[in-house]
Design a protein around this ligand. Structure first.
Ligand code: ZN
Length: 236
């Protein structure tokens, strides 16, 4: 193989690896988003559990206030009852007191139900907190793994860059220019074998003089169809 071509093949190898790594690096933020997305449903569940517990607390407070109001009314009525001398009034107040007392019993029953519900909600809340915490742990592990992959890839990238630069320094700048332009326009393999008279880049048969030139290995030869740099290739 022509020494220049041999070097270009190495440079191309490094460039292809570099492109693959850059592509992988670009994917990492998406993987990070996916990992974080796993927390979303747990976070929503926790918020819902918190809200339910809060609403239950508020409902209980309201019941307590209602009970208190009725107790105050009963206390007032009892004072009035003590002060009145009319039997009818006394009885009417007694009826009212009884009504309030019944109402208080009813409210206390409801409060009991809410208290039991509150215990349930508290359990649900701690389950939701534990769920989020364990998901967070897994997600943190995932994110750490992605980060360490990123660091490894960046390290590889630097090594490839150094190897490429070292090799490129030994090739004539105009040859590198040609190669660079081709690599950019083709976005992939640009130094390809000529096999059975066919360019392995565009899969077209090349003309006789091109075959001869490639076989001679005296100068850089391009495929006249696609412009790629050709090198001689046989099975044996
Ligand atoms: Zn070609």
């Amino acid at each position: 193989m022509l020494p220049e071509v041999e070097k270009l093949v190495v440079i191309q190898d490094r460039d292809l690896k570099t492109a693959a790594i850059q592509k992988e690096l670009k994917q990492l933020p998406l993987e990070e988003d996916d990992a974080r997305e796993k927390l979303a449903s747990d976070t929503r569940a926790l918020a819902a559990a918190k809200l339910a517990a809060q609403e239950n607390e508020v409902a209980m407070k309201n019941l307590e206030l209602d009970i208190q109001t009725r107790q105050d009314s009963i206390a007032k009525l009892k004072v009035q009852q003590f002060e009145t001398r009319k039997n009818e009034e006394f009885r009417a107040m007694g009826d009212e007191i009884e009504k309030y007392q019944k109402s208080i019993i009813d409210l206390e029953d409801r409060e009991l139900v809410l208290m039991e519900k509150g215990e349930q909600l508290k359990k649900q809340l701690s389950a939701a907190e534990a769920g989020l915490a364990s998901s967070q742990e897994l997600v943190d592990e995932d994110l750490a793994a992605i980060q360490s992959r990123r660091e490894n890839l960046n390290r590889e990238l630097k090594e490839l860059e150094a190897q490429r630069a070292e090799k490129a320094a030994t090739v004539a700048p105009e040859v590198i220019d040609v190669y660079n332009r081709l690599f950019k326009s083709k976005g992939g393999l640009v130094v390809v074998p000529l096999e059975d008279g066919q360019c392995k880049g565009c899969h077209m048969k090349v003309i006789k003089s091109t075959v001869v030139s490639v076989k001679m290995e005296k100068e850089l030869t391009h495929c006249e169809n696609c412009g790629r740099i050709l090198y001689w290739w046989t099975e044996e």
